[in-house]
Design a protein around this ligand. Structure first.
Ligand code: C5P
Length: 232
């Protein structure tokens, strides 16, 4: 089931930046917002409380990776924050992912990062000593993620169809690296438009700079929303 709202990556350094950004949207517009390490480590858990009190949905993107017991305890704290989705690194292993699920409970979506989209096949072979192809590694991790009882993975939109084949149609694929046709690509290497992501079967898209750095964030959001929902 696709989420209709594009998830906006709130990659801002301070509370003031977040408030200024959100003030541009109608007060009754309920958004789906991603809080990453920068914002969470600068403001702390009160950023989550603030966003939830405003009625927004929150994806807390901290990519946990530690021993199972530590991740389980951290996840039970995250569950109390009331987020809607959060994540771990699949490289932490099946025991860690199962522990994450136990700590978090069933009501929050839990997804895993397989290979970061910044990892190339060469760096994976050299740094991690994994000698398969990148897509084989991604699909292997996706399968382990599903076996551990998680809901899906963060991945490149290019990987969605292979991942769904290796897992199942209802296994969620959350895809960043989305750029509407006319926008700047920035440092993202492999990008897709919202409608291409829609056609290829992404369940959620994550969009940062094309909205947050736009002259008119609300218009940019609306255009991406429309493109993402065209053929739903
Ligand atoms: O500005 P942009 O649209 O590139 O932002 C994408 C967001 O998704 C950023 O917050 C980035 O950290 C995140 N992300 C990503 N690629 C991944 C995982 C997360 O771009 N593989």
């Amino acid at each position: 089931m696709k989420e209709k709202r594009p998830i906006i990556a709130l990659d801002f350094p301070s509370f003031d930046h977040v408030k200024h950004f959100l003030a541009q949207f109608p007060s009754d517009e309920k958004l789906y917002l991603k809080v990453g390490m920068e914002l969470y480590f600068s403001i702390g858990p009160q950023i989550i409380t603030y966003l939830k009190e405003k009625g927004h949905s929150v994806f807390l993107d901290l990519k946990l990776h530690d021993i199972p017991n530590t991740v389980k305890s951290a996840m039970s704290v995250i569950a109390n924050l009331g987020v809607d989705m959060t994540n771990v690194h699949a490289a932490g292993g099946v025991e860690m992912m199962k522990a994450a699920r136990q700590g978090l409970g069933k009501n929050v979506k839990l997804i895993a990062v397989t290979q970061l989209t910044s990892t190339s096949q060469e760096s994976m072979r050299e740094d991690q000593n994994i000698q398969t192809s990148l897509i084989q590694s991604v699909c292997h991790y996706a399968k382990k993620t599903q076996d551990s009882g998680l809901d899906g993975v963060v991945c490149s939109a290019q990987e969605v169809s292979e991942i769904k084949k290796a897992t199942s149609e209802d296994f969620l694929c959350i895809t960043p690296g989305i750029r509407p046709k006319s926008s700047e690509v920035g440092d993202q290497k492999r990008v897709m438009t919202p409608s291409e992501a829609q056609i290829i079967g992404s369940d959620f898209i994550v969009v940062g700079r094309p909205i947050t750095q736009s002259q008119n964030p609300v218009e940019a959001y609306k255009a991406i929303y429309k493109e993402w929902n065209e053929n739903h």
